[in-house]
Design a protein around this ligand. Structure first.
Ligand code: FES
Length: 81
């Protein structure tokens, strides 16, 4: 089954923390530049810990995600397959 990486890109109003305000679109761009298939997604309800990335299948959520942390997670997943 293909792995899907979904980055929350929600931006909340005002000063409320959100993945969009914390650079999730930049993480998506960096992952795409690395050749990782990634898509934008909705709020996961964990806004203060963003950017949040959900990995499917399995549903693992990576908090404060960076391109490097997502790539490392994907590499680790491949190593244990
Ligand atoms: S804004 Fe990303 S989890 Fe809510």
């Amino acid at each position: 089954m293909a792995v899907r990486v979904i980055l929350c890109t929600n931006r909340r109003m005002g000063t409320a923390p959100s993945c969009g305000a914390r650079g999730s679109r930049e993480v998506i761009a960096a992952l795409k530049a690395m050749g990782v298939e990634v898509e934008a997604g909705p709020c996961l309800g964990l806004c203060a810990r963003g950017p949040n990335a959900k990995i499917l299948p399995g549903g693992t959520v990576l908090h404060e995600a960076t391109a490097a942390s997502v790539a490392a997670h994907l590499d680790g997943s491949k190593a244990t397959d």
